[in-house]
Design a binder for this molecule. Structure first.
Ligand SMILES: Cc1cc2nc3c(=O)[nH]c(=O)nc-3n(C[C@H](O)[C@H](O)[C@H](O)COP(=O)(O)OP(=O)(O)OC[C@H]3O[C@@H](n4cnc5c(N)ncnc54)[C@H](O)[C@@H]3O)c2cc1C
Length: 435
């Protein structure tokens, strides 16, 4: 598995070499004959990779993908755009260019899923029947979950938001650049919900701090990181390393703070804490909204029915097979999957083959032992030119792809290169089903 991971993380630092290896490897993959109709909801990282893999894994299958979005976003690039290192169009391509031929693309959103009747209805009322349903809708950024917050505030009066999209990431950079020229109070936080790339809020705090140091404005400034619970990261050893870096860089931190309100006129954010609401003033803040399942899943029988995720609405799938616990012909892959880890593009790479092998075994009347182990990877930028390549699994084990070469908890230039240069080529190869 390690060598495949290395390929994903792009040790070759080049897409073509990687793609060539993968194509020949794919030539020896088994194919399963089936006339089944596979319907994929969402043509983002997971949906596109699934579409390309299904095309080569199943002989005779019919594939339909449903997604209204014409643009494809390479989201790991948003952090680089918001750090002034890449232009907004660095993350933008088209959905059409990644999809395989011989696939039907319905350019609408899915509005309703009927798992009993095995059909999906689109926003225009079109009903699409399926034999297998692959749910890959990603998640919804719930900006309304923070009182006073709206997208039109981004890029003004000290408000940034890296997550909102490439143009908003560019506006965030303009605001962060203005702020770091003069300094002041920089406030960072993250939501209490599950979120994609949970390292991204930390990365942006470190990057802003680094700019202030470089511009000579740090000494008259204050950087505050308000964590949503009692740690900075779900893996304890990584959380402790972040705490040490915060101490070293004189970044203040506080725990159990969840942003609930923002007042742009007064530049004050209100946090829910165990002791009641607390206000913190800022000159610059990166607002990260709560993240929930899109309504089509959240309001469907696919969502978790009990437990901590009921309000967030993630698809209730088995964490190893990614198969829905009540509907065996439904799988969830990517951010929408209601599993304890794995809301990263790197996780998608490991989830897609699992869903495929599980479906192939089901079609062939066999049982597959292929399981997803929770692999998640986060190149945690700690300053410009340095990152820690943090990789882990469900059990919070660190799972380095390059043991003895790249130490996961060291700030290294090579780990930075992987994020800055290699990740996009390997992400693109993954979309094509070749990594
Ligand atoms: C700032 C930031 C930094 C990140 N950094 C990293 C990183 O360094 N490394 C890493 O591995 N990952 C990173 N990620 C996470 C990574 O981008 C996501 O985990 C990944 O894109 C998830 O893929 P997905 O297919 O589940 O969702 P997406 O790629 O978001 O795609 C979801 C698709 O579903 C569609 N959709 C939504 N609702 C419907 C509907 N009702 N019907 C039909 N289609 C629908 C959308 O239009 C979209 O095209 C980062 C993300 C962000 C935002």
């Amino acid at each position: 598995m390690n060598s495949n991971r290395r390929q994903f993380l792009g040790l070759a630092l080049g897409g073509p070499a990687l793609a060539a290896t993968a194509v020949s490897a794919r030539g020896s993959e088994p194919t399963t004959k089936t006339s089944a109709h596979f319907v994929i909801l969402g043509a983002g990282a997971a949906g596109t990779a699934l579409a390309n893999r299904i095309a080569s894994r199943f002989d005779g299958a019919k594939v339909t993908i449903i997604d209204a979005r014409k643009a494809h976003y390479y989201q790991p690039g948003f952090t680089l755009i918001a750090a002034g290192l890449k232009p907004a169009d660095y993350s933008v391509s088209t959905t059409a260019e990644w999809l395989p031929r011989n696939l039907e693309w319905i350019e609408e959103a899915a509005a309703e899923i009927d798992p009993e009747g095995k059909s999906v209805t689109t926003t225009s009322g079109k009903k699409v029947a399926y034999d297998y349903l692959l749910v890959a809708t990603g998640l919804r950024l719930n900006y309304e979950g923070i009182e006073g917050m709206s997208l039109d505030l981004i890029g003004k009066d000290g408000i940034g938001s890296v997550y909102a999209g490439p143009d908003y990431a560019a506006k965030t950079w303009e605001e962060m650049n203005r702020f770091t020229d003069k300094g002041g109070v920089a406030l960072f936080s993250r939501p209490a919900t599950e979120m994609k790339c949970a390292g991204a809020p930390l990365k942006y705090a470190f990057l802003t701090d680094d700019y202030m140091v470089r511009k000579g404005t740090k000494s008259k400034s204050k950087v505050i990181y308000a964590a949503q619970n009692k740690g900075f990261f779900s893996v304890p050893i990584v959380s402790e390393k972040v705490r040490m870096l915060f101490e070293e860089r004189k970044i203040d931190y506080t725990f159990d703070h969840v942003m609930k309100k923002i007042d742009p006129a007064r530049k004050i954010a209100t946090f829910a804490t165990p002791e009641g609401d607390k206000e913190i003033g800022y000159d610059f803040t990166n607002v990260i909204p709560p993240m929930v399942a899109p309504d089509v899943v959240k309001n469907s029988p696919l969502a978790w029915q009990s437990g901590p995720w009921v309000d967030q609405g993630w698809a209730e799938v088995d964490k190893g097979t990614l198969r829905h616990v009540r509907y065996p012909e439904i799988f969830a892959v990517g951010d929408i999957a209601g599993v304890p880890k794995g809301k990263t593009a790197a996780s998608v790479k490991w989830q897609v083959p699992v869903a495929l092998e599980q479906m192939a075994a089901q079609i062939e009347g066999k049982e597959s032992t292929v399981k997803y182990d929770g692999y998640t990877s986060c190149p945690l930028i700690t300053r410009i030119g340095r990152a820690m390549l943090v990789e882990f699994d469900y059990k919070n084990n660190l799972t380095p792809s390059f043991p003895g070469i790249i130490a996961p908890l060291e700030e290294l230039w090579i780990s930075w290169l992987m994020k800055e240069i290699a990740l996009k080529a390997t992400y693109n190869a993954m979309l094509r089903g070749k990594a």
